[in-house]
Design a protein around this ligand. Structure first.
Ligand code: MN
Length: 733
C-alpha cells in the first residue's frame, strides 16, 4: 500500500479545490493565502532543498482531499507563516484574513510548541489528549495531521535521531488521532512511514515478503473477484469490487502482538465491494453467503451498529472451495467507503449534498459546526454528532491538561484550580502555595484552569499552610486529601495546646478557691467527666479551655464528696447542729447528703423541680437554698455551694414553675393553652398575657405547679404543638 506520493503543484491543488468549492470569493481567499505564504516564505527552503512553499501546497492539498472548507485550506497555506516568517504576527493574519483563519493558524502554531520535556513522565495518551484539547477546533487537528503527513513523507532529509523521535511521536499521537477521526488513509500512511524509520529491518523484511507473494496473491484474488462479479452481474446491482492489501504496519502488529507467522496473516485474502445503497449491501451479502461457505462467528454488521469513529461496513469471511482459500470480504456503500478512508469530514459531503444546490455552503457550515462543541443540541442529533459527543466527553470533559512552565503536562479533573495543580506537582508545593500565575498573569487561587494553560505556582516557605476554605475550592480528590490530612495534623497540635490550657485553667481556679490540688488527680477527674458529657480527659480539658463547660460546675463536682474542703463555717455549724449521719427527706423533697435536719428550701428565682440538676447554696441564716444548676444567681458563688439531690419519693409533691410563651396573637389561644395545662393535670396558678400591637405577637406568662421535670417536659412539648406558638421557655423570676 505504501507508495511515495508524488507532490502536487499549486495548480493541481487548486484543481482539487475547484472540484467542490465554487464560490469566487472563497477561491480568491485561498489564492490570497497561497500568494501570501509564497511571498513570506520566499528564500526559505525545506531540508529537501525545495522551496518552503511546496510544503504549504502539500498541506493545503491534503486538506482539500478530506475535504475541508476554504478557511481551513487557506489556514493550511498559512500554517507556518507566524512561526517561520519574522515579520508575520497573529495580528497580521487577523488583519489580512480575519479572526477565524488567524485563530486556526495560531492554534496550529501553539500546538507545535508543545514540548514534553519530562521524558520520565511521558505518557502518549496524555500527549494525545493534550494535543486534541489544545486544538479545541477539529479543523486545527486536520491541519496538524496534514502538516505531519507531509513532514513524514519528507522525513528522509532529517537527521536519524530526529527521524526516530518524530516517528515515535507520529505513531503514538498522530496516527491514533487519525484513527479516532476515522481517517484510515492518513492513519495507515502515518503508521507505515513511522514503522519504516523505527524498525527499518522489519519494515524491509515485510515489504519484501509482501512483494514476493503479491503476484501469486493477485492471481487468486483476481479469480475470486471475477467469480463474484459474474454472480452479482445477474442481479444488476451497481458495484465496484477490488482486492486490497494490508498495510505493512498492521501486518507487523499482527505478527508481534498475536504472535503469528507472516504466512498466516497474508493467507487472508481481502476483497472489498462498494455499492450504491444499504439495501444492496445486504443483498450482496446474501448472494455471497448463498454461494460460498461463511466462517461462523466472523460476520460483523457495522452498518446496523457503526463503530465509535463512524466506520460502517459489513464484514464476512468465506472459504473458497476449490483451493480452500479464505477471503475477508467488506461490503459497504460509496459514502461508507469514503467515510472509512477519509473520516468524519467526508460524512458531511454526503449528508449535506443530497438535493442541495448550495453544497459548498453546507460543507462549510458543517465544518464550522465543529467550531464550538458546546453549541451542540440534542435536536439535530445524528450519528456523527453522537460520535463527536463521545469524543468531547472523552477528551474535552474528562480532564483538563495544563502545563508547568517547563512543559510538564499536569492532568486534572474539570474546573480544577491552581491549588489542585500545585498539589499535583508535589504535596509540599501545595502546602506552601501563596499565589499562582496563569499564562504569565497573576490569578486568584480559585480560578478554574483550562486546557493548555501554563501555570506557575508561587510558594512561600513561611506560609501558614492550607486553610480550611481550600477544601471547598479544590476539585481533585488528591488535593482535598492532602489538605485534609494537613489540617488534621494541625488540629492535633492545637488540641495538645488546648488540653494544656484547660488543665492550667482548672489548676488556677483551684488555687483561687484555696482547694486541695489532690482533688485534681486524673483518676478522680476522670470519674466526673461522664456526668458532664465528655468522652475522655482530653475532650474535657479542651471543653474547659473552650468554655464549653463552666469551670464552677467542674469545681463543684470535683469537690462534691469533700464537704470539708468547702471549708465554710456554715457547713461546720450545720454538722455540729445535726450530728446525724444519714440524709433524710424534708418538705422540699431535697436531701443534703450527710446532713440531717437542716432547713432546705427551693429557691424562688429558678424554681427547681424533681429531675432538674440542682445545687445547694448555703445562705446566711436561712439554711440551704436549692437552685437549678444553670441558675444565673449562683454561678459566682462557688464557695458557698454544697451538693444536694432529690429524694427518691418526691412524686406526691407539686412544684412551682414559670413558663413564658411567645406566639402570634389570635383568638382562643389562651383557651388552647389552658386546655393543655388541664389535660396534663398541672395546676394553673397565674396567667397573664400581653400583646405587641405593632408586631401582632403575644407574650404569655404561666405560673404552674407540676410534679417533676418529665411532667413539665410533656406540658411544654404539647404547648409547642399549639398553632401560632413560636416558643415555650422555662424562665427564672
Ligand atoms: Mn508545516
Amino acid at each position: 500500500m505504501m507508495s511515495s506520493k508524488a507532490e502536487v503543484t499549486y495548480e493541481q491543488c487548486m484543481e482539487h479545490v475547484k472540484q467542490y468549492i465554487h464560490n469566487p470569493d472563497n477561491i480568491q481567499l485561498i489564492q490570497d493565502a497561497y500568494e501570501f505564504a509564497k511571498d513570506k516564505h520566499e528564500g526559505q527552503f525545506r531540508k529537501s532543498g525545495q522551496p518552503y512553499v511546496t510544503h504549504c501546497i502539500q498541506v493545503a492539498d491534503t486538506l482539500a482531499q478530506m475535504p475541508c472548507g476554504p478557511s481551513t485550506i487557506a489556514a493550511g497555506f498559512l500554517h507556518d507563516t507566524v512561526e517561520d516568517c519574522c515579520d508575520v504576527t497573529e495580528q497580521t493574519i487577523t488583519d489580512l484574513f480575519g479572526e477565524e483563519i488567524s485563530m486556526l493558524v495560531s492554534a496550529v502554531t501553539k500546538i507545535g510548541k508543545i514540548k514534553l520535556q519530562d521524558e520520565e513522565d511521558y505518557q502518549a495518551s496524555n500527549h494525545r489528549k493534550l494535543f486534541i484539547a489544545m486544538a479545541k477546533d477539529i479543523r486545527v487537528i486536520y491541519i496538524k495531521l496534514a502538516d505531519r503527513l507531509h513532514n513524514m513523507r519528507t522525513l528522509q532529509y532529517m537527521r536519524p535521531d530526529k527521524q526516530k523521535r518524530i516517528s515515535r511521536e507520529t505513531l503514538s499521537v498522530y496516527a491514533p488521532i487519525a484513527h479516532r477521526l476515522g481517517m484510515n488513509e492518513i492513519k495507515s500512511e502515518l503508521e507505515d512511514l513511522s514503522f519504516k524509520y523505527l524498525h527499518p529491518i522489519q519494515y524491509e523484511e515485510i515489504k519484501e515478503l509482501v512483494k514476493k507473494r503479491e503476484s501469486e496473491r493477485d492471481e487468486q484474488v483476481q479469480v475470486m473477484i471475477k467469480d463474484i462479479q459474474t454472480i452479482l452481474d445477474t442481479y444488476h446491482i451497481p458495484l465496484r469490487i477490488f482486492g486490497r492489501s494490508k498495510h505493512f504496519y498492521s501486518i507487523y502488529k499482527k505478527m508481534t502482538q498475536k504472535n503469528k507467522r507472516f504466512e498466516e496473516i497474508l493467507d487472508l485474502y481481502a476483497i472489498r465491494i462498494v455499492t450504491d445503497s444499504v439495501v444492496h449491501c445486504y443483498e450482496i451479502l446474501g448472494y455471497i453467503h448463498a454461494t460460498y461457505r461463511p466462517i461462523p462467528g466472523r460476520f460483523k454488521d457495522y452498518i446496523a451498529m457503526p463503530k465509535a469513529n463512524l466506520y460502517q461496513s459489513l464484514h464476512t469471511t468465506i472459504v473458497e472451495a476449490a483451493h480452500g482459500n479464505i477471503f475477508e470480504i467488506q461490503i459497504r456503500t460509496e459514502q461508507m467507503d469514503e467515510v472509512a478512508e477519509r473520516g468524519v469530514a467526508a460524512h458531511w459531503k454526503y449528508k449535506e449534498s443530497s438535493g442541495n444546490e448550495n453544497r459548498q455552503k453546507d460543507i462549510e457550515d458543517s465544518l464550522a459546526w465543529f467550531r464550538d462543541f458546546s453549541l451542540m443540541t440534542d435536536e439535530d442529533s445524528t450519528d456523527a454528532k453522537e460520535y463527536m459527543n463521545v469524543l468531547q466527553r472523552d477528551i474535552f470533559e474528562a480532564n483538563v491538561y495544563c502545563l508547568t512552565p517547563r512543559g510538564r503536562v499536569i492532568t486534572l479533573p474539570p474546573d480544577s484550580t491552581p491549588i489542585d495543580f500545585a498539589y499535583r506537582i508535589h504535596t509540599d508545593v501545595g502546602h506552601k502555595t501563596v499565589g499562582a500565575k496563569i499564562n504569565g498573569a497573576i490569578a486568584p487561587l480559585n480560578t478554574p484552569l483550562h486546557n493548555g494553560d501554563v501555570v506557575e505556582i508561587l510558594t512561600n516557605n513561611h506560609s501558614q499552610g492550607p486553610s480550611a476554605d481550600w477544601i471547598k475550592i479544590v476539585k481533585s480528590g488528591h488535593a482535598r486529601n492532602k489538605i485534609r490530612s494537613f489540617l488534621q495534623k494541625k488540629d492535633r497540635e492545637n488540641r495538645k495546646e488546648e488540653i494544656k490550657q484547660g488543665q492550667q485553667m482548672l489548676e488556677n481556679e483551684f488555687h483561687r478557691l484555696n482547694l486541695d490540688e489532690k482533688l485534681l488527680d486524673p483518676k478522680r477527674v476522670e470519674s466526673i467527666i461522664g456526668s458532664l458529657s465528655f468522652k475522655n480527659l482530653d475532650d474535657f480539658y479542651i471543653g474547659i479551655a473552650k468554655k464549653r463547660v463552666s469551670i464552677q460546675a467542674v469545681v463543684e463536682r470535683l469537690a462534691k464528696n469533700q464537704p470539708k474542703s468547702l471549708a465554710d463555717e456554715e457547713i461546720i455549724k450545720m454538722y455540729n447542729k445535726s450530728g446525724a449521719r444519714y440524709a433524710s427527706r424534708n418538705e422540699s423533697g431535697v436531701i443534703v447528703p450527710g446532713i440531717d435536719s437542716i432547713q432546705v428550701s427551693l429557691a424562688n428565682c429558678c424554681s427547681p423541680i424533681p429531675g432538674d440538676d440542682i445545687i445547694g447554696y448555703i445562705s446566711q441564716g436561712h439554711g440551704v437554698k436549692v437552685h437549678r444548676m444553670e441558675c444565673p444567681n449562683i454561678s459566682r458563688e462557688a464557695k458557698r455551694l454544697i451538693p444536694v439531690q432529690w429524694a427518691i419519693d418526691v412524686d406526691d409533691h407539686m412544684y412551682d414553675v414559670r413558663l413564658t410563651i411567645y406566639s402570634d396573637d389570635r383568638t382562643y389561644l389562651l383557651s388552647d393553652i389552658i386546655t393543655i395545662v388541664q389535660q396534663y393535670n398541672a395546676t394553673l396558678k397565674h396567667v397573664d398575657s400581653g400583646i405587641d400591637s405593632n408586631s401582632l405577637t403575644a407574650t404569655t406568662h404561666l405560673d404552674l405547679s407540676v410534679r417533676n421535670a418529665e411532667h413539665l417536659r410533656m406540658i411544654m412539648v404539647n404547648l409547642k404543638k399549639i398553632r401560632s406558638i413560636h416558643s415555650v421557655e422555662r424562665v427564672t423570676k
